[in-house]
Design a protein around this ligand. Structure first.
Ligand code: BV8
Ligand code: ZN
Length: 261
C-alpha cells in the first residue's frame, strides 16, 4: 500500500514547528538514511506503547515481566493469551500517516534502511520495503524446543500448540528479554546504523538494548541524528535535531517539506 499524497500533505500544514532551512537542504542531499522506530510510531494506530500502562485484564502486568522465556516456561497459557490479545488488537489497527510517510521517504532517497523494534508488522502493511524486524513479528511462530517454524494458523489456538515434529511448545517469533537477537538481523542493523548520512530516531524511549546503542554507533560514524518524539528519550542528549511532536504529524510534514511531491 503506497503512501497516498493527500494522506501526507494534509498533515504537513499542521506542522507544529519550523524545520531549519539548513536541515531541509542537507536532507535533500542525503544519499543514505536509516530510521530506527519504536512503539511510539504505532501509538497513533491505537497500539499502546510499552511505557504506557496496559489496559484491561493486562493492566496489572508489566510487559517486561511477560516478554521473557522464564514467564513462558512458568505460565505458557498466560503468555500465550497476552500475545493473543495483542495480535487481535494489532489486527484491528492499520498503518497511520507516520508509517505511510516512512514508506514514502524510502522512495525519495538512494539508500534507505528501516530498523524497527516493533513486532506489529505495520511498516510492511504501509508499504515499506527494506525492513529489519529486530525483535521479530507477533504473527510468526516457531517451536520453543526444536526451533522449526510453525504455521501462522497457530494464531487460532487458545494455548501454545504442540510442535508437529518434537511436540515442543509453539511460541511467538519475537525476541524476549534475555534472549539473543537473530545474528543476521543484528548485523544488518549495525551496518545500517554505521553507514548512513542521517539516522532518524522515531518513537522510541531508547532504553532497550542493543537497539538503544544504534544511535551512538551512527553518531560515531558521522551521521546526523534527528529525533521524532513528543517527549525526550534516553538518547535525546546526543541528537542534533529534535522534532518534538507525534510521528503521525511530524513525519508527513518532514517528507512534504523536504521532498515536495
Ligand atoms: C539481549 C519483543 C543479549 C517482545 C522486545 C545492556 C544494558 C542494560 C540492559 C541490557 C543490556 N543488554 C541486554 C539487556 C537486557 C535487555 C534490556 O535492554 N533491558 C531493558 C529493559 C533495559 N535486552 C535484552 O534482553 C535483549 N537481548 O540483549 O541479548 C544477551 C542475551 C542473553 C545472554 C547474553 C546476552 C532483547 C531485547 C528485546 C526485547 N523484546 N520486544 C514483545 O514485543 O513482546 S522489546 C520491546 O520493548 C519493544 O519491542 C521495544 O523494543 C521495547 C519498548 O521500547 P520502545 O519501542 O522504545 O517503546 P517505549 O514504550 O519504551 O517508548 C515509546 C516511545 O514512543 C516514548 O519515547 C514515547 O515518548 C514515544 N511516543 C509516544 N507516542 C508517540 C511517540 N513517538 C512518536 N509519535 C507518537 N505519537
Ligand atoms: Zn519442535
Amino acid at each position: 500500500m503506497a503512501a497516498t499524497d493527500n494522506s501526507l500533505s494534509n498533515t504537513a500544514s499542521r506542522l507544529p514547528f519550523q524545520i531549519p532551512e539548513k536541515l531541509i537542504h542537507s536532507l535533500r542531499q542525503a544519499q543514505k538514511i536509516t530510521a530506527l522506530t519504536g512503539a511510539g510510531i504505532s501509538a497513533e494506530s491505537g497500539i499502546p506503547t510499552f511505557r504506557e500502562a496496559q489496559s484491561g485484564l493486562w493492566a496489572r502486568y508489566n510487559p517486561e515481566d511477560l516478554a521473557t522465556p522464564q514467564a513462558f516456561e512458568r505460565d505458557p497459557d498466560l503468555v500465550w493469551r497476552w500475545y493473543d490479545w495483542r495480535r487481535k488488537l494489532i489486527a484491528s489497527t492499520r498503518p497511520n500517516p507516520g508509517h505511510l510517510a516512512l514508506a514514502a521517504l524510502e522512495q525519495k532517497v538512494a539508500q534507505f534502511a528501516l530498523i524497527t523494534q516493533n513486532v506489529d508488522g505495520l511498516h510492511a502493511a504501509a508499504g515499506s520495503q527494506s525492513i529489519i524486524e529486530l525483535h521479530g513479528n507477533i504473527f510468526r511462530f516457531y517451536c520453543n524446543r526444536c526451533r522449526r517454524p510453525a504455521p501462522a494458523s497457530a494464531a487460532q489456538a487458545q494455548s501454545p500448540p504442540q510442535c508437529a515434529y518434537c511436540r515442543g511448545m509453539i511460541r511467538p517469533d519475537v525476541v524476549w528479554f534475555g534472549e539473543q537477537l537473530d545474528a543476521s538481523r543484528l548485523d544488518a542493523a549495525v551496518k545500517a546504523a554505521k553507514s548512513c548520512d542521517f539516522f532518524l530516531l522515531i518513537g522510541t524511549s531508547g532504553f532497550v538494548q542493543p537497539a538503544a546503542s544504534f544511535p551512538y554507533l551512527a553518531s560515531k560514524a558521522g551521521a546526523t541524528l534527528i529525533e521524532i518524539n513528543p517527549a525526550a528519550s534516553a538518547v535525546s542528549t546526543i541528537v542534533e535535531h529534535v522534532l518534538r511532536g507525534p510521528a503521525g504529524e511530524v513525519l508527513p510534514g518532514l517528507v512534504q517539506t523536504v521532498w515536495p511531491a
